[in-house]
Design a protein around this ligand. Structure first.
Ligand SMILES: *[C@@H]1O[C@H](CO)[C@@H](O)[C@H](O)[C@H]1NC(C)=O
Ligand SMILES: [Zn+2]
Length: 670
């Protein structure tokens, strides 16, 4: 059904362009300079301006039938108005904005291009109408990275009530209010459309939601995809934009494989759900957002998604029965350079394995080897690496499709020749607990009678060690664990990578509680601050747990989080130049909040432990500053100054071919 809708929409764009093209062909010759003197053109009509019939096709639903030329933009005739980019924009605006803010925008534009005429006098539209449309629709334009069109400048082309204006949307308002009232009978709950969303629609929803919930949400971009699409993230927190002391940070990533799409939609729905429920006073959601910083990244691979969805669209054509739909095997898994992003991260797991016989080895904060930068690094991978190094994430889930199971690191087999072998991290217990949190809260994942797409994970409660399932190097989860403090699980949301649209709502119902529980589980284990004697937080201090060869380091202000399973643990805090402090803690089972364990470290002149030699020196670790390297080896399309080439947005093609001078006023930051 959704595909059907899309095709109709595409047709309407083509249709709109055809109309314009026809007009161009049939239009009478315009006055060339000099023609007027030669008498080839009619004299200016300005002094005998009269009301004339409003014949512009895209303005035929205005609440008046007479217009006048020259219009407010000083087009001398209807043909002039019709040939301009302004009118072209109005003819395609419905498609460009995916139906948002239309017909409002179109009618507002018509009130300037074909203004109302009464008694042979032009009547200007109201500034107040313009301002309210602008307020409500600015985000739709931002969503497609288009500037607010100059001819909708409320101050320049619109006037106040006192100057005698009319409301060009008057009739529309009444109609819409009636329609809305019958559609949503006083139910203020979340209205989520359980459909697929194009990249533009997704960006639009994220930005609009952030605007609607501006106290608790913010969007930010971590870079661009191979084909230049924004890698946009929405963050929820009671203090968006900032890390708060002791507040854990969580990330959820969807659509890393472009053809695995359920996770992408779940995160779009979750965005709307969190915003609405917070505003409605849902206590659980408010508590969660007040105490957690949540980052949702619905599409890590928007280029792959575009490929997958366009391929499906072709295949679902009822006239085209020769192309069967192979579940899950549509293309679009890889990014725009044909790189599988979940194989493209530095393989730190092999490094960890090669060191594991060393008695003092620690499987954390392993630096990225220089050799990595000689290979091909996808811009999406690069953006994510930079992102996860810059924020002290505690937990993460990467949402995939093709099976129904939660898998956890390591993904690379510890035996070079055995492909399916149990390869646990030192934090096996914690990872199992995290994976179970998701699987148990999912409505079917842990059940024995669930359809498993041929695999048999049921006996394990719907969770599995990644390498035991199948081994691969360069995965994102292994990288998170070995390079940062973040624990990431991989969630396979169902057998079908690109399910029918009708299944999206059920997917949301099945996963909603699991997503919530998973985010809440960042509050397990212990957290605290490592300080010096003067009470200043120490950055980069290590928290070690006896028996687990994996340290956690403190963030900027000395705060740390250490996920742990219930029981007794012996902790040590250490930092170069300070003496170590050891503490024994007991974590009760059923602890709902992280236990608080602070440390105060004394300055020490003693040499740090010599047997720390196998720990990576912080210097090497910090040397990521990959920008230079990245530029040298992979980013050939960066400009000479290392700046991104200014790409024209996707909608530019609509206007570039119109024969008018390029409407640079539609470009933002131009
Ligand atoms: C969350 O924080 C907001 C703003 O400080 C406050 O009004 C609200 O009561 C808090 N809600 C909960 C459940 O803590
Ligand atoms: Zn996948």
């Amino acid at each position: 059904m959704h595909m059907e809708y899309k095709r109709i929409k595409m047709n309407s764009i083509v249709f709109a362009l055809n109309v314009v093209a026809t007009v161009v062909w049939c239009a009478p010759r315009r006055c060339e300079p000099g023609d007027e003197i030669l008498g080839r053109c009619k004299a200016s009509v300005e002094d005998k301006a009269r009301c004339t019939d409003l014949l512009l096709g895209y303005c035929d639903d205005m609440p008046y039938v007479k217009t006048i030329f020259p219009n407010i933009l000083d087009h001398k005739s209807m043909q002039d108005a019709e040939l301009g980019t302004e009118y072209l924009l109005l003819s395609v605006i419905h498609s460009l904005l995916n139906g948002e803010c239309t017909p409002d925008i179109r009618m507002l534009g018509c009130s300037v291009l074909a203004p109302r005429c009464e008694k042979d006098r032009l009547v200007k539209p109201c500034r107040s109408t313009c301002e309210s449309v602008r307020k409500g629709c600015a985000h739709a334009f931002e969503g497609i990275e288009m500037a607010w069109p100059y001819f909708l400048d409320c101050d320049r082309f619109f006037v106040s009530d006192e100057e005698g204006c009319y409301d060009p949307l008057e009739g529309l308002r009444e109609k819409q209010e009636v329609a809305l009232a019958s559609f949503y009978p006083e139910e203020p709950g979340t209205i989520i459309q359980f459909t697929y969303h194009s990249n533009a629609q997704m960006i639009n929803i994220l930005k609009k939601t952030a605007a609607r919930c501006s106290d608790i949400a913010r969007t930010y971009s971590i870079g661009r995809s191979t084909e230049g699409k924004d890698l946009l993230i929405i963050e929820f927190s009671n203090n968006p934009g900032q890390h708060e002391l002791l507040e854990p940070e969580v990330k959820l990533i969807g659509n890393m494989h472009g053809n695995e799409v359920m996770g992408r939609e779940l995160l779009i729905y979750l965005t709307q759900y969190l915003c609405s429920e917070y505003q409605l006073g849902n206590n659980r959601i408010q508590t969660l957002i007040n105490t957690t910083r949540i980052h949702l990244f619905p599409s890590m691979n928007p280029d792959g998604y575009e490929m997958a969805s366009s391929e499906l669209e072709g295949n679902s054509d009822p006239d085209n029965e020769e192309v069967p739909r192979y579940n899950g095997w549509i293309s679009g898994r890889a990014n725009g350079q044909n790189i599988d992003l979940n194989r493209n991260f530095p393989d730190l797991t092999s490094i960890a394995y090669s060191r594991r016989r060393n008695k003092r080895y620690r499987s954390d904060h392993i630096p990225i080897p220089d050799s990595y930068w000689f290979g091909k690094v996808a811009p999406e991978t690069y953006a994510v690496m930079k992102w996860i190094r810059s924020i002290p994430f505690v937990t993460s889930a990467s949402l995939h499709g093709g099976d129904l199971v939660v898998s956890y690191p390591f993904d690379l087999s510890r035996h070079p020749l055995e492909r399916k072998i149990f390869s646990p991290t030192p934090d096996e217990q914690v990872f199992k607990q995290l994976a179970r949190t998701y699987a148990d809260a999912h409505s079917t994942m842990a059940n024995a009678d669930t359809d498993r797409c041929g695999s048999s994970f049921a006996s394990k409660g719907g969770i599995i060690n990644g390498a035991l399932w199948y081994s691969f190097p360069g995965g994102m989860s292994d990288f998170n664990y070995l390079h940062t403090n973040c624990f990431e699980i991989t969630v396979e949301l169902g057998c079908d990578k690109f399910p029918a649209e009708e299944e999206l709502y059920m997917g949301w119902q099945q996963n909603k509680e699991a997503l919530m529980s998973f985010i809440e589980s960042a509050h397990r284990g212990i957290k605290g601050i490592v300080k010096d004697e003067d009470g200043n937080g120490i950055k980069g201090a290590r928290i070690s747990v006896r028996g687990i060869r994996h340290d956690i380091t403190t963030a900027e202000n000395g705060d740390y989080w250490r996920l742990l399973t219930p029981g007794i643990h012996i902790l040590t805090a250490s930092a170069p130049g300070y003496s170590k402090v050891m503490k024994k803690v007991q974590l009760p089972s059923r602890l709902q909040k992280a236990g608080r364990v602070d440390f105060v470290l004394m300055k020490s002149v003693l040499e740090p432990d010599v047997d720390d030699f196998s720990l990576p020196a912080m210097g090497t670790y910090d040397r990521f500053d990959p920008y230079n390297q990245f530029e040298r080896y992979s980013m050939s399309d960066l400009g000479e100054n290392g700046e991104e080439r200014q790409e024209k947005p996707w909608w530019w093609a609509y206007f570039a071919q119109s024969g008018n001078s390029a409407p640079t006023w539609l470009l933002r930051n131009y």
